[in-house]
Design a protein around this ligand. Structure first.
Ligand SMILES: NC(=O)c1ccc[n+]([C@@H]2O[C@H](COP(=O)([O-])OP(=O)(O)OC[C@H]3O[C@@H](n4cnc5c(N)ncnc54)[C@H](OP(=O)(O)O)[C@@H]3O)[C@@H](O)[C@H]2O)c1
Length: 301
């Protein structure tokens, strides 16, 4: 894969998509964004559930590779509507991967830590056996398998707890709650690998020349509980971190029930990418870089 090659990004209007398009552009690739509807960053409109629409998009853009980020990412929405989760996360991925394989286009899919139950085994390496406990996790696992079985040269890069961009994400929720309510209860027994979408985009673009195949993990380094992450966001945004109050998942769910179960500890070990020299910064460094800019949204209210 050479710079100036065309890379198609699915999920272009999503959280990761915007950073990916920018990073590809900065690295000398010709990036094309595919999205479900007209939106910033979307050059081609196609629903990945529809094989004809995906085939037309591939034939008209003729990319050398696809970074496939499109997914139904609403974890509770997936639990409520498993058919939709399957249609987008499994069938949509199968459409992208098999149509790409027929055309000799390489694919890097974006996977999730939610393929793991989180009830033992963290930090999970790339060869750990998946055991999802949610519809989202199971549908994303089926999507991974569809990608990897379409062509042995295809890859899936699993990531976790992604934040960045204009839409809803956990650090923005923390600052919104502090601005509106002055405090926030956050679970301290759910542990994972918080990942800034900009760092993830940079790592995915750095992966392209390595022509990866199989499963890789790409997250900011280290592990944090939701509570630790929320406190770090507050501190870096210039807020009093003591207004973040720890609570157990059990107590939280008793107050605010959610349909989907979350892994207790789904921390990922990034062993394969590190062996290629690709490492993301520690999660706290990433938050320190991102939160001050996020905080300006709230100082202007
Ligand atoms: N967010 C996280 O914490 C997290 C953690 C681990 C892994 N991941 C994975 O990382 C990837 C990127 O996530 P993200 O946070 O950027 O998600 P996101 O903001 O929800 O973006 C996903 C994009 O996929 C698009 N999409 C959904 N259904 C589609 C369809 N049928 N056809 C075409 N496009 C469709 C969405 O379009 P609409 O806006 O029209 O719905 C959206 O723009 C996903 O594969 C996700 O599973 C995310």
């Amino acid at each position: 894969m050479t710079a100036c090659e065309r890379i198609l990004v699915t999920g272009a209007a999503g959280q990761l998509g915007g950073y990916l398009l920018r990073r590809l552009d900065e690295s000398g690739y010709a990036a094309t964004g595919l999205g479900r509807g007209e939106a910033p960053g979307v050059d081609r409109v196609a629903d990945i559930r529809d094989r004809t629409q995906v085939a037309d998009a591939l034939d008209q853009t003729q990319p050398g590779a696809i970074i496939h980020g499109a997914a139904y990412t609403d974890v509770d929405g997936c639990e409520r509507d498993p058919k939709l989760a399957d249609a987008i996360n499994r069938v949509g991925s199968e459409n992208v991967a098999t149509l790409a394989a027929e055309r000799g286009i390489r694919v890097i899919g974006v996977g999730t830590d939610f393929v793991f139950s989180g009830s033992g085994g963290a930090p999970y390496t790339e060869d750990a056996a998946p055991d999802p406990i949610s519809v989202y996790g199971a549908s994303k696992l089926a999507g991974e398998q569809a990608i990897l079985s379409a062509d042995s040269r295809f890859a899936v890069a699993r990531t976790a707890w992604v934040y960045g961009g204009r839409d809803k994400h956990f650090p923005r929720t923390v600052l919104t709650m502090l601005a509106r309510h002055g405090r926030m209860e956050v679970v301290d027994d759910e542990i994972g690998s918080p990942t800034f979408a900009g760092d993830l985009a940079e790592a995915l673009v750095a992966l392209l020349p390595h022509r990866p195949s199989g499963i890789l993990h790409l997250t900011n380094e280290g592990a944090a509980s939701r509570f630790e992450l929320a406190r770090r966001v507050a501190v870096e945004a210039g807020q009093d971190a003591d207004r973040i109050v720890p609570v157990s998942t059990e107590a939280f769910l008793a107050k605010y029930p959610l349909p989907a179960r979350r892994p207790a500890n789904s921390t990922l070990a990034n062993t394969r990418a590190a062996a290629m020299g690709i490492r993301l910064p520690p999660w706290a460094v990433a938050v320190a870089r991102y939160a001050p800019a996020l905080a300006t949204e709230f100082s202007e209210i």
